[in-house]
Write a protein that binds this ligand. Structure first.
Ligand code: AMP
Length: 550
């Protein structure tokens, strides 16, 4: 039987509209308005989209930077029963074309900055698609004047739109995740999943007193592009809490830092690369970051980055999840890391807690499985694949291509196979040590690439590191390291390499690392290759290592 009170994204708006209708939503220096105005803009957008032919089940694709328009689409599109396709603007034009055709977009909202991409692929889009142009300036490119422009469209539309309830299992969002092989895979989430995920994340962050968590007084700014897993769900959560929200547009370090300072941003989330980029920007030194809480996910938070952030007064914690999990699975135990002013924060145990993959969020359950799907004990030692359950995990990829085993590989015996390898301690703390496909197996023994990377980033001057297994006729694989360094001169790198080797040697001598963990090769990079969402691209790195002479 269907619930008479279904879980709908539209219901997330009730509390902020009742309690904080004058709170502000700000898109850089482009536009600012209250939640009350936000609601009437949602009505205008829904009316405009309906006029363009979008009905229940219609698909609206968006190619935009992180803007107020994106937030409006996050709500208005699903609230009218349509599906929001957040197009990954960092994919290649060919991949973007694939996703637009696969998603069967009816309307595309395209920022003028992506106009060249659109023009290069438009003739190969298989459906008739209506285009709405997005621009941050009132001066509109005259070549585009025959197109509908977003703000004009909204101005011409009626703000009154009744967003009815419907089946909570209706798909709300759709985006694509790129694996190491094959075409991008479509992942979607329903209203029910997004509402439960918002509540689950809040139940994780809200009980943490003071720093760390997310509270009514916070000022929110996303630093995870809004095309990626609907901004980790935070625009929904921030709206539900009625927070002041700052949308930064395109990610440019100087502008981001200026926005943090100008608006007193207190809460953001991002992958490590973005935090690294901000901390190394020249403008960072003059910016007060001491009120800023940052949740790091998408890749491991290294001790070096955590320390660099803590030094600046940033309250940093790790979180873990994936595109297929909405994404929340676990968050570092903020309750035991203490306030930044406390001495406890500086000790190594607190640092370990901040960077640990963390504890399962409410409603999330983990198990660790060996290769035969046998459940391993939570003793902190038994390492195997992490499998998970929660009501917001994706049920499977949407319309996978024929012979695609992705969906059947994703779930097994009611558990989602994360493809990550790790262990859980007796107190329930999860620590990822690797990605199944990135595991390094040397002489038949597993090496945790994460531990090798963490050791390398302890060396001063190393800003990032990636360990990979390189094929070896004798040992199967041998570990190699790519390190991102501040100073690329040969002299400096010779010193860095010997420092890294010294740290590895010490760990080996003290029995904390097997002797075969010493990397065969260490290669310096200005910038390690990154994926479309800013994570280290190990596939590309393997190709580079294969091409570099030994
Ligand atoms: P994506 O689907 O692109 O968001 O990538 C998800 C993957 O990122 C996970 O399966 C992990 O391999 C990795 N990941 C996410 N969060 C963490 C974390 N806190 N520590 C280590 N790896 C992480």
């Amino acid at each position: 039987m269907q619930s008479p009170a279904p879980l709908m994204i539209s219901h997330l708006l009730r509390t902020p509209l009742a309690n904080t209708p004058d709170q502000l939503i700000i898109h850089g220096d482009v536009l600012r308005y209250s939640y009350r105005q936000f609601r009437s803009r949602l009505g205008r957008l829904a009316n405009a989209l309906r006029k363009l032919g979008v009905g229940q089940g219609g698909v609206v694709g968006v190619l935009d930077w992180d803007s107020h328009r994106y937030l409006e689409c996050y709500f208005a599109v699903p609230m009218m029963g349509a599906v929001l396709h957040t197009v990954n603007i960092r994919l290649t034009p060919e991949q973007i074309l694939y996703t637009i055709n696969h998603a069967q977009d009816d309307v595309l909202l395209i920022h003028v900055d992506f106009w060249d991409i659109w023009q290069s692929i438009a003739h190969r889009v298989t459906r008739r698609v209506k285009i709405v142009c997005l621009s941050d300036t009132t001066i509109f490119d005259e070549n585009l004047t025959d197109l509908t422009e977003y703000e004009t469209l909204l101005a011409q539309s009626d703000p009154t739109f009744v967003f009815d309830d419907f089946d909570e299992n209706t798909r709300a969002t759709l985006f694509y995740t790129t694996g190491t092989t094959g075409a991008p895979k479509a992942v979607g989430y329903s209203h029910r999943q997004i509402v439960l995920h918002s509540l689950g994340f809040l139940a994780t962050l809200a009980p943490v007193p003071g720093q760390g968590g997310l509270h009514r007084g916070d000022v929110y700014m996303p630093l995870t592009p809004l095309f990626h897993v609907h901004g980790w769900g935070f625009p929904y959560i921030a709206t539900l809490l009625g927070l002041r929200q700052i949308y930064p547009g395109r990610y440019e370090p100087a502008r981001l830092l200026a926005l943090i300072a100008e608006h007193g941003v207190t809460f953001s989330h991002c992958v490590p690369t973005i935090l690294n980029m901000l901390l190394s920007a020249p403008e960072s030194a003059g910016t007060d970051l001491s009120r800023w809480k940052v949740l790091i996910g998408g890749a491991a938070l290294t001790p070096a980055l955590a320390q660099a952030a803590l030094k600046r007064g940033i309250d940093v914690h790790a979180a873990y999840g994936m595109s297929e999990t909405c994404p929340l699975l676990s968050v570092a135990d903020m309750m035991s890391t203490g306030h930044l002013g406390d001495a406890a924060t500086k000790d190594s145990a607190a640092l370990e807690t901040r960077i640990a993959t963390g504890r399962a969020a409410p409603l999330v359950e983990f198990q660790i499985w060996d290769e035969n799907q046998k459940v391993l004990p939570h003793d902190g030692q038994s390492v195997g694949q992490i499998v998970a359950r929660a009501p917001w995990l994706t049920c499977g990829y949407i319309n996978p291509s024929e012979n695609d085993s992705n969906t059947s590989d994703l779930w097994h015996k009611g558990w989602l196979q994360t493809g990550d390898v790790g262990a859980i301690t007796s107190d329930g703390t999860l620590q990822i040590s690797d990605r199944l496909k990135d595991v390094i197996k040397s002489g038949g023994e597993w090496l945790s690439s994460l531990s090798l990377e963490q050791l390398a980033t302890r060396v001063c001057g190393v800003t990032n590191a990636a360990a990979i297994g390189v094929p070896d006729s004798r040992w199967g694989e041998r570990p190699c390291l790519g390190v991102e360094v501040l100073d690329h001169s040969q002299q400096h790198f010779t010193k860095i390499e010997s420092d890294i080797r010294a740290i590895f040697l010490r760990e080996i001598e003290q029995g904390r690392l097997p002797k075969w963990a010493m990397p065969d090769r260490i290669v310096a990079f200005d910038c390690l290759p990154k994926t479309s969402v800013g994570k280290i691209d190990k596939k590309a790195l393997r190709i580079i290592f294969a091409a570099v002479d030994t």
